[in-house]
Write a protein of this length. Structure first.
Length: 451
């Protein structure tokens, strides 16, 4: 990295950043309080509260949001007449999944092969640290040139919308000229990237019932309608032979005209097993950024161990549909429900229930904030030009903010590049990415203040 005071300060702060991320990762802040203690999330929120207070933030507060979780807010005043920038991250994390699959304990930040491993290291506790590093670097080199609002959400991974509803109820709180969402990631490590689009998401629970109770498969099998078989049949109808999503009424052929994702690189990033084909058609970027994509998240049915020779009376599944920009998530939900109900065979009784929903998002990449970020990233990543990519994931808060503050510019950056393996076992963050993106964010704030 080319020498400049901001970069030098961030480099000097990296040992502190590791120590702080170690403390933050140690909190088991999964916002599913049936599985993890609420006290773990509350302790993580208090850690961020203390950190903001120590940095001179004013009006630091724990916000009790409508979904029963807490978000952390703080305000750092800048020079009179300065622009206001909202910095966002979330401190809740995904469950660790199979802890036996982790090489090192998921809630202990551990360095291995030049990366820091731990649940939330990249998604998105590392984003909290990134924001703090950027602000500290500016304070050490003349001060923060903008007003800063800081918000750390406590339930982003659960998709329960607590912060969205709170923001709607208190619209002045998060108002800003520009929003930096620190919950995305570079297309690959070392390639500076802003996320220009996000797919939205809807989740639908489907239940199929065929009998008053389970029946002996030897006595009744062959004529008695099997609810599990009916569910499998309707779930299979959601995909074409090549794996493309096929939901009645949804257009599956949109294309992506920006940065492309080579198939071999995708196979490596996704760790596709040798000989297994990718699904769908079109470019990889078309499939993961521009088109709807259905996933069966889980099925309730008897496990193999302990199963009895029975015809199943009931079965249910949770289905996720990723919705690209240009498609309304509410309309997609109706189409998904209608498809499931229409394609359930044998006259089986079927019920669908919407569980969650978030709209897709498209940023205005022609805005002054994007020019300021491009200049900043060119310094933080010498010799690299900022790229624009999509992201298959959903951040519903983006649309809430865009609706509340239609003149605000929204940028998405972050630490979740492919090697980070967010949501999977052995999640990690690259300390080099953390350092460079912290520099980029600091320089962006300076550039934006002068624009």
């Amino acid at each position: 990295m080319s020498s400049n005071p901001v970069a030098e300060t961030v480099a000097s702060l990296m040992p502190r950043a590791r120590a702080e991320l170690t403390e933050l990762v140690a909190f088991k802040s999964v916002a599913d309080f049936d599985q993890f203690p609420r006290s773990e999330s509350e302790a993580a929120a208090r850690w961020i509260t203390d950190a903001l207070t120590a940095e001179g933030f004013q009006d630091v507060a724990l916000l009790d949001t409508p979904d029963g979780t807490q978000s952390v807010y703080g305000y750092l005043p800048g020079p009179a007449g300065a622009k206001t920038v909202l910095l966002y991250a979330h401190y809740d994390v995904q469950p660790p999944l199979d802890e036996a699959g982790w090489t090192t304990p998921p809630f202990e930040l551990t360095e291995r092969d030049g990366r820091w491993y731990g649940r939330g290291a990249a998604d998105c506790k590392g984003g909290v640290i990134m924001h703090l590093l950027a602000l500290r670097a500016l304070k050490a080199d003349g001060g923060v040139p903008v007003h800063v609002k800081f918000i750390a959400e406590g339930s982003e991974e659960q998709g329960t919308g607590g912060l969205e509803r709170y923001a709607e109820q208190h619209p002045a709180l998060l108002e800003a000229d520009t929003v930096v969402i620190g919950d995305a990631g570079n297309f690959r490590a070392g390639l500076p990237t802003v996320t220009a689009t996000l797919r939205g998401m809807t989740m639908v629970r489907v239940q199929v019932d065929t009998l008053e109770g389970n029946l002996h498969s030897g006595q009744f099998g062959g004529a008695a309608p099997d609810a599990l078989a009916a569910l499998i049949r309707v779930l299979d109808s959601l995909r074409a032979k090549d794996g493309s999503t096929t939901i009645d009424g949804l257009t599956p052929d949109a294309s992506w005209d920006g940065l492309q994702y080579e198939e071999e690189q995708f196979r490596a990033d996704a760790k596709v097993l040798d000989g297994v084909e990718l699904i769908g058609e079109g470019t990889v970027a078309d499939r993961i950024w521009a088109r709807p994509a259905v996933t069966v998240l889980g099925i309730d049915c008897p496990p193999v161990v302990g199963a009895t020779p029975s015809v199943q009376a009931s079965a249910r599944a949770l289905v996720s549909l990723r919705v690209p920009p240009g498609i309304d998530a509410a309309e997609a939900t109706k189409l998904l429900q209608a498809h499931l109900e229409t394609h359930t065979p044998w006259g089986a009784r079927v019920r669908t229930e919407q569980i969650g929903q978030g709209q897709p998002f498209r940023a205005d990449t022609t805005s002054p904030a994007y020019a300021a970020m491009a200049d900043a990233m060119a310094v933080a990543y010498p010799g690299q030009e900022m790229q624009y990519a999509g992201q298959g994931g959903s951040i519903p808060l983006c649309n809430t903010l865009a609706s509340l503050y239609p003149h605000a510019e929204i940028l998405l950056i972050g630490l979740s590049e492919p090697e980070a393996q967010i949501h999977a076992v052995n999640e990690s963050v690259s300390p080099d990415e953390l350092e460079r993106l912290s520099v980029a964010e600091a320089l962006f704030l300076r550039n934006y203040a002068a624009s």
